[in-house]
Design a protein around this ligand. Structure first.
Ligand SMILES: [Fe+2]
Ligand SMILES: [Fe+2]
Length: 186
């Protein structure tokens, strides 16, 4: 991922910080998304990637809507690996579950809701991205998910990176792959 400048890191932190103080958001750190990566760390990585791509491309976007939508795009709050607790049709429906939580628990706007809802496109084909922000999120999520799935070791059962580590990574400017204990992998 392209490195952010110090000013961009500060701006990114300004946007995500209020959300990272919310217990509902930090709960994403309790669930594994891919391999050793928690859902919170995944969402933070996707949000940083969106910020970096939008900055590098120089396209006009609402950076706050983009980053908040990316941070909450997988805010569905269950373990999708566990069939006893996951909700029906996870692959196609989790963007709607995440958007519903974002609206009900955090009061996000309709614009952010729409950005979240289309992030799995073309799953389903009937829910395409309808803004630049939604399109960037859709691509960045696939890029980050591929990297996390291919490059990051599967965690031993019951181990995952920690909420604290993931939150700290967003604020100190780094989002390197983490070990299950939360330290930076060398
Ligand atoms: Fe997702
Ligand atoms: Fe995702």
């Amino acid at each position: 991922m392209r490195e952010l400048t110090a000013d961009q890191r500060a701006d990114f932190s300004r946007i995500v910080k209020p959300y990272l103080s919310r217990q509902e958001v930090l709960r994403m750190g309790d669930f594994v998304q891919h391999g050793t990566v928690s859902t919170l760390a995944h969402c933070l990585r996707v949000a940083r990637t969106c910020y970096a791509w939008a900055s590098a491309l120089g396209v006009h976007v609402d950076m706050e809507d983009l980053v908040v939508g990316a941070l909450l795009h997988d805010f569905y709050l269950y373990d999708w690996h566990d069939r006893s607790t996951s909700r029906p049709h996870h692959a196609t429906m989790h963007p709607l579950y995440a958007a519903e939580n974002a609206v009900e628990l955090l009061g996000v706007s309709d614009r952010v809701r729409a950005i979240i809802e289309s992030h799995m496109w073309p799953l389903p084909p009937s829910r395409p991205p309808r803004s630049r922000e939604a399109l960037i999120l859709c691509a960045a999520d696939k890029w980050c998910s591929l990297g996390e799935t291919l490059l990051m070791r599967r965690a031993p059962r019951g181990e995952k990176d920690t909420t604290v580590a993931a939150a700290a990574l967003a604020l100190d400017g780094g989002l390197a792959p983490t070990t299950p204990e939360g330290g930076a992998r060398r």
